[in-house]
Design a protein around this ligand. Sequence first.
Ligand SMILES: Cc1cc2nc3c(=O)[nH]c(=O)nc-3n(C[C@H](O)[C@H](O)[C@H](O)COP(=O)(O)OP(=O)(O)OC[C@H]3O[C@@H](n4cnc5c(N)ncnc54)[C@H](O)[C@@H]3O)c2cc1C
Length: 409
Amino acid sequence: MQNWSKNVDFNDRAYFQPETLAELQELVRTHQKIRVRGTAHCFNEIANTSSYAINLAQMPKTIEVDADKQSVLVAAGLTYGDLAPALHSQGWALGNMASLPHISIAGSISTGTHGSGIKNQNLANQVLSLDLVTAEGELRHIDRANPAFNVLVVGLGLGGVVYQYELKIEPTFEIRQVIYPEIPLDVLQRNFDQIMGTAYSVSYFTDWSSAQVGNLWCKFRDEEVIPESVGGSTKADQKYHPIPSVDPVACTEQLEVAGDWHDRLSHFKLEFTPSVGEEIQTEFFVSRKDAAAAIEAVLRLGEEITPLLWITELRTIAADSLWLSGAFDRDTLAIHFTWKKMDAIYPVIEKVEAALRPFNYRPHWGKVFTANANYLSSVYPKIGEFKALVEALDPTRKFENSFTRSSLS
Ligand SMILES: Cc1cc2nc3c(=O)[nH]c(=O)nc-3n(C[C@H](O)[C@H](O)[C@H](O)COP(=O)(O)OP(=O)(O)OC[C@H]3O[C@@H](n4cnc5c(N)ncnc54)[C@H](O)[C@@H]3O)c2cc1C
């Protein structure tokens, strides 16, 4: 078995797919080492194990809306592609989505997966409570009042196996997607908050080439006014893929055509391969107040980056209090790279990390990075306390793997 991008071979001794909570609890209780895996869309070793792997795709497909609480109880192993249309058909919505709906809810939340929006936090902040199976096989309910909540939501699979979540929902809404092509990077740098605040969710796609321009993807909610032009660029009259040379057939509708939130907030349609397929992703989070300087630092590497790159996406994420979230305690710019699948990318990734070090960049837990545990503990200030709490919960370190050992040691 391999991960989605086929750059990681899984070493599982066995792969279990329990069908009931009792079966899941028994598997966790009776195995010395076990690692839970979602849809395997991470680009690094985070979901790998040389021991036993467990996956929740065959568990009961719970989706229960509580209209009074504006929440949904959802099975952790479902994907956003399972949840979103079911919510919409009952008149409800999630506040945001990642660029694709194919990923599991638990796998996404556990790595701090995010969409975009100056005011939008990452997907883990939709969690109101979670039920997780502990190392002893006990079911434990953790809500926002519990001091362990901020520790365990973005938990990298270390706190236990999340069985179900209660997620915050809101009345369903529509989105109109509009693209403003070829906005110069320097215009973006000078007006970063204003341009990235054009709509509810905004992404800027660039390849760092000498043209120094990028396409601005804006997702407007019902009530938002759509400007004729942004940053000197007028609304596109054709459909785009994030990589301008690729056929946009896989992309959700654009050109201002109103559609349900779940058909627009992601860039890619569920029934198509998202992104390019043959790719490796990296992503680094810096404080939004450093946006112009951090962009400048990456731009200086443009000549080396562009030939190896499919595309970069710049997004914003609002600050939160989840200890291992990339946006912990700071409003964030996410600088994402979709690389061509070539060995030559790795030295350049290290150079990008070095260029962003003055900005205390944090790497996305689910993507490729080279930073070591020392560096990670300097930029995720609560890592020490996280480790202590996880060790108290799981003294035999049942859920760890080589990735978490080397990243958190
Ligand atoms: C094409 C593509 C586009 C992407 N776009 C985005 C994007 O827009 N934004 C973004 O932030 N990321 C994005 N990603 C990255 C991806 O969404 C995340 O890495 C996410 O973690 C993938 O979820 P998964 O279920 O596949 O996780 P997996 O790789 O299966 O697992 C990830 C982690 O979650 C843990 N985990 C899984 N299930 C459970 C559970 N039940 N209980 C406890 N822990 C659990 C695992 O132990 C592991 O540590 C993209 C990836 C791809 C391939």
